[in-house]
Design a protein around this ligand. Sequence first.
Ligand SMILES: [Zn+2]
Length: 175
Amino acid sequence: MNACCTVPIKEIAANQHKPDGECCLIEQTRAPAKANCPVSKTSSRKINRRTLEHLLKPDSVNKIQNVQHYYCDDPTCDVVYFSEQALPYFTKDDLTVKVFHKDTDDDVNVCYCFDWTRGRIKAEIRSTGQSTASLEIAQQVRDQKCTCDITNPKGRCCLGDVNGVVKEVKQQLNL
Ligand SMILES: [Zn+2]
């Protein structure tokens, strides 16, 4: 059973079920836990191969090598996935979705499993003063319906990002 299932919904919603949403399994390989992005030098965490297979455009999927890949979350860097071999690395243009950490538009998903975009979160807060996003997502996590490991470019739970956006929007609106 997924460890998230024993945690109260409110704690899941606050992203306290596992530190930084690590409910999504990360493959154990001998590769180092972190590696530096070849462009921005950002220290980056491992990402599962199946996340790349799910999110890269078909031409790019064919270029995935049989090595450990890492996810660069630097907002100013175009690289999304890379390995310790210099090439190939994959940039924003190689993905079929916009990457939350690297694109600030309203149509960008914060939660990729249940389609919460920045715009949807903003619209709800503007009209009700609150966001139901994290509680709704927490319920889905509890029901084991979340598939962050393949739908979210960072390959893990979105709740930290959702809570961050909610906080940011409330501050902008002085709520
Ligand atoms: Zn980078």
